[in-house]
Design a binder for this molecule. Structure first.
Ligand SMILES: [Zn+2]
Length: 287
């Protein structure tokens, strides 16, 4: 799943490519992906792009028609850019392409979604705040949205595990499963630590880890074409998705905890004082 740094990379790429261009085509082939009906998708055609912004993990293409094309790539969605948009007919139901947008210099992009569980979401709105997922977003960890004290205030009183707090879009916008693993590893903190119980020093460490991890990842994503962003993300990961590999900091083996539909990774030596975290899936079976 693309998270804030990849979405930021896509936003910067699109901004450089499409600002000032007119939309000549907007077709949806996966009807379920389009979450709004008024204004219609066709209202985009003929408008000029005035800017591209990010809200959490949402991309927002603004046009001079006062209409925004907003989308969220979810778990298996991606953007495929074309300098020359194919003219082939898209057959609904037989393609990973959910949405195709073309511009007046013959360029364009597809939003694609792999897999059977479709959750890519497209919204045509007059104001991005009409998108429920944007309206309830917490502050952005970069772009000056949050400082150390505001971060501490967000954690205070939350008797929930820090891993879940970091991923909760209504608390902090843009961090998902992968970067929360990376942030906790950089902060040398257990994913199961309770947010409310962190000491001031731990909050300092976590805040610094969050800002530096995301800043580095955004820098790594910057200037890369969409096709390269996924690999860049994978390469930058120290523990996430690296179960069984050696921790780059201490050499211990990176471990996983499995949940119903995902997993988290951590280094026992760096993060839990050498203790192995219980595998939730397994311990449930053993009960
Ligand atoms: Zn380690």
């Amino acid at each position: 799943m693309p998270e804030m740094p990849e979405v930021e990379g896509l936003v910067e790429y699109l901004r450089g490519r499409v600002t000032g261009l007119h939309v000549t085509k907007a077709t949806v082939s996966a009807i379920s992906a389009l979450k709004t009906y008024d204004p219609p998708l066709t209202a985009l055609v003929g408008t000029a792009v005035t800017g591209v912004e990010r809200h959490g993990k949402f991309l927002d293409v603004a046009t001079d028609g006062g209409i925004h094309l907003v989308f969220h790539l979810a778990k298996a969605g991606w953007l495929r850019w074309y300098d020359l948009l194919p003219q082939t007919l898209i057959k609904p139901g037989k393609t990973p392409i959910a949405l195709r947008v073309g511009f007046d210099d013959d360029s364009g992009f597809d939003l694609t979604e792999a897999g059977t569980k479709k959750s890519l979401a497209v919204y045509i709105v007059r104001d991005p705040q009409e998108v429920p997922g944007i309206a309830r977003l917490g502050p952005d960890p970069l772009s000056g949205g949050i400082d150390r004290d505001a971060f501490g205030a967000l954690l205070a009183g939350r008797r929930t595990q820090i891993k879940g707090v970091l991923r909760d879009q209504s608390i902090i916008g843009g961090v998902g499963n992968a970067y929360s693993d990376e942030i906790l590893h950089a902060a040398k903190m257990s994913p199961y630590a309770l947010a409310a119980k962190l000491t001031d020093d731990e909050v300092d460490r976590l805040f610094d880890a969050m800002v530096s991890t995301l800043t580095d990842a955004v820098a790594a994503a910057r200037g890369k074409p969409p096709a390269d962003l996924k690999d860049a993300k994978r390469r930058g990961m120290r523990v996430h998705g690296r179960r069984g590999e050696a921790c780059p900091v201490c050499g211990d083996e990176v471990r996983s905890v499995f949940f119903a539909d995902n997993s988290l990774e951590y280094c026992p030596t760096c993060q839990t004082g050498g203790k192995l975290l219980a595998d939730r899936r397994l311990s449930r079976l053993l009960k």
